[in-house]
Design a protein around this ligand. Structure first.
Ligand code: F6P
Length: 532
């Protein structure tokens, strides 16, 4: 009875929002700003290092109020509690999604299957920090007794994208001369081109894999092992491997020494694992203190998410604005445009976070959805994007809401005025997209309609703390959207079929034998590949 009631309320709100969107289509963002001179103060929010301006969106106070009601009816507040307290919200895999525990204050208590996990997290982190210190001090030696000069992270997906993005984003905080490299692709060119620049005696490999069974990573790890063996000709090469995994048994099967294995847990999703020992490359790069700052930033966002009313809750607001466009304006895509070369890999990282989490079409109940879910996320840093695809944003026919991200301060103070150029470009693009050209523009070719919505996320500086906050903000945004769509944001069954097929096609590529089940297109391609 209670559920019927909720379903009914949801339907009514859905219809109200649909009607509101139809009405809103008759107006222009320019008008909304004219009607309310205080619009930007009304539709903005500051949380520590991040200021969110959402005033350049096609919405009114009334829209926000209805969206907030939708969040209430979809029980977002209890979903937030369930997430943060370790309930089994990953329903298909029957486990919690406790990435927030990785940045929690370890003096607290958080039980998973009756065990307080915070001391376990602390212990693994301390083991990781010891490795970092040993590397920084030159105590960690290779098989022939030389100091480590280069670290190569072998991992893919969540075991690569978080570290690679964050190491780049925080390279101004680098504390070591040790060079970091990342190899994710199974493409032999990828690993070969990295190894050819390196000295086997001074290179350490991190094999990062939650499952320790991802073929790409294991194949690259084997190549690395052979490379060390052939060049150093000693058993001790295994000291030049550190495993980071939730499957220590498999890592040991691969030959890694137990003392060189850093653990994390099955209740940490791969795409949410940068906060765990998967963050080792980042900790090596920026050092322990900055890594702790990074975690603290995320923790501050967790606290904000847990304790703020929905109407002042940054992740909730971002999520609802996304829902508004996806479900009521039929937006299929969102562009994320950071005005910072430090955030060069941010869109790649967000692609996995958002698309692997919410690229789903089945609800918790097992029923198919009859509404759009997770959007296509894409983007690249401004101003580069301006000279590539912004034409389409301004005058194309697709509806693409945008998140602009920009930092007020630069790390390159001697070029502070050049940084202002960057910031001015960001502001100019969001303003131009919103306003469009004045009505007296003669040629239809030159006319820009404007009315293109965007959020602006203004960071004080790209610091460890601000980056921690930004990542946790998007994690929680994605979670809230999943809660409203009633999907499980923490599994990824869709990636399995392709993996299985790849393993069957390898034999056919090698020996030309093909089973009846292989479709005609794939058969022809296999034949052609063998001919070439
Ligand atoms: O194929 C998808 C995926 O399972 C991701 O979710 C994960 O981040 C990636 O593969 C790598 O997995 P692992 O860390 O287990 O090697």
């Amino acid at each position: 009875m209670k559920n019927d009631n909720k379903a009914q309320q949801k339907e009514i709100l859905w219809q109200t929002l649909q009607n509101a969107a139809e009405r809103m289509k008759q107006t222009h963002l320019r008008e909304l700003f004219k009607q309310d001179p205080s619009r930007a103060s009304k539709f903005s929010l500051t949380m520590d290092e991040i200021h969110l301006d959402y005033s350049k969106n096609l919405l009114t106070t009334e829209t926000i109020a209805t969206l907030l009601e939708l969040a209430q009816v979809c029980e977002v507040p209890s979903a937030i509690k369930a997430l943060l307290s370790g309930e089994h919200i990953n329903t298909t895999e029957n486990r919690p999604a406790l990435h927030s525990a990785l940045r929690q204050d370890s003096s607290q208590t958080l039980n998973v299957k009756g065990q307080n996990v915070l001391p376990l997290i602390r212990a693994e982190k301390e083991k990781m920090y010891r490795i970092v210190e040993q590397l920084h001090q030159g105590i960690y030696k290779g098989a022939t007794g030389e100091k480590i000069t280069d670290v190569v992270n072998l991992g893919i997906g969540g075991s690569d994208l978080g570290p690679v993005m964050a190491v780049e984003a925080l390279k101004n905080y680098q504390q070591t001369a040790i060079r970091l490299h990342f190899v994710s692709n199974v493409d032999p060119d990828a690993i070969t081109n990295v190894l050819k620049e390196l000295n086997p005696a001074t290179t350490l490999f991190i094999v990062s894999s939650k499952s320790f069974s991802t073929p790409e990573t294991l194949m690259n790890a084997k190549v690395a092992k052979n490379w060390l063996q052939e060049n150093l000709k000693t058993e001790k090469i295994i000291n030049q491997f550190i495993g980071v995994t939730a499957n220590a048994a498999k890592a040991q099967e691969f030959g890694l020494l137990p003392e060189n294995i850093l653990n994390f847990w099955d209740w940490v999703g791969g795409r949410y694992s940068i906060w765990s020992t998967i963050g080792l490359p980042l900790a090596i790069s920026i050092g322990v203190e900055h890594f702790e700052e990074f975690l603290l930033g995320a923790r501050r966002m967790d606290e904000h998410f847990a304790n703020s009313p929905l109407s002042e809750n940054m992740p909730v607001l971002l999520a609802l604005i996304g829902i508004w466009y996806i479900n009521f304006w039929n937006a299929h895509t969102i562009a994320v445009l950071p005005y910072s070369s430090l955030l060069s890999y941010f869109a790649d990282y967000l692609q996995q976070l958002d698309m692997e989490s919410n690229g789903k079409q089945v609800q918790h109940s097992g029923e198919s959805v009859d509404y759009l879910t997770g959007p296509i996320v894409w983007g690249q840093p401004g101003t580069n994007g301006q000279h590539a695809f912004y034409q389409l944003l301004h005058q194309g026919t697709h509806f693409i809401p945008i998140d602009f991200i920009v930092a007020a301060q630069t790390h390159t103070e001697q070029l502070a005025s050049q940084h202002l150029q960057l910031v001015a470009n960001c502001l100019a693009q969001s303003a131009a997209l919103m306003q469009g050209t004045p009505s007296d523009v003669k040629s239809t070719h030159d006319k820009m309609p404007g009315n293109k919505p965007s959020n602006t996320l203004l960071l004080s500086k790209i610091s460890p703390r601000a980056l921690g906050q930004l990542l946790a903000l998007y994690e929680h945004k994605v979670f809230v959207q999943g809660a409203i769509w009633q999907i499980n944001s923490f599994d990824q069954p869709g990636v399995e079929l392709g993996k299985k097929l790849a393993s069957t096609f390898i034999a056919s590529l090698e020996n030309g034998k093909m089973s009846e089940e292989i479709d005609h297109s794939t058969r022809t391609l296999i034949e052609k590949i063998r001919q070439f």
